[in-house]
Design a binder for this molecule. Structure first.
Ligand code: HEM
Length: 144
């Protein structure tokens, strides 16, 4: 019972984290067009800071803590299973992407525009592709 409650909370935290990972590059796409120092620039900076600080960072923390708790409670040597290895590789990519977005946010806040609008549009779907691989790995538990 407790395991299932934690699993539910884990999935809710994943939803919040994914929302941020998908929304932040969308904000960057429009932010790239805003003139540095303009009202629009300041509005995007505030939105990005709040999205990262209030939603994405806490959600990442909760996902990892509850995911680790699920592994701890699982008695089937879950870490050694092929689906779990693939899942954790997907999670490693999402964490890397989270860090990359956080660094990009700092650079936007400093008035830099390091990547083009096209770059943000083209990379927007990467976290979703990783999520498809992760979720199907867990729901099918293939290879066992
Ligand atoms: C460090 C990060 C993570 C760890 C350690 C972790 C670990 C786990 C574990 C041990 C379970 C229980 C598996 C079982 O049913 O026996 C689980 C369930 C689940 N995880 Fe994660 N997880 C992490 C991140 C994620 C992410 C990023 C996603 C999605 C993008 C995700 C999606 C899910 C889903 C959908 C389930 C429920 C699967 C089911 O009941 O069939 N997890 N996780």
């Amino acid at each position: 019972m407790l395991f299932n409650v934690i699993k539910g909370l884990h999935i809710l935290a994943v939803i919040a984290w994914m929302a941020g990972l998908l929304y932040m590059p969308r904000l960057f796409t429009y932010h790239t067009r805003a003139v540095v120092g303009s009202d629009m620039d300041e509005t995007f900076k505030t939105m990005e800071q709040k999205l990262l600080g209030i939603i994405m960072n806490p959600a990442l923390f909760v996902v990892v803590i509850l995911g680790g708790t699920l592994i701890y409670f699982d008695t089937t040597a879950i870490l050694a299973t092929p689906w779990m290895v693939v899942k954790l590789l997907g999670v490693a990519f999402l964490v890397f992407w989270h860090m990359f977005l956080a660094r990009s946010r700092r650079r936007f806040a400093a008035g830099e525009r390091v990547h083009s609008e096209r770059f943000w549009r083209m990379t927007n779907e990467l976290p979703f592709i990783a999520a498809i691989i992760i979720v199907l790995s867990v729901t099918t538990k293939w290879g066992v």
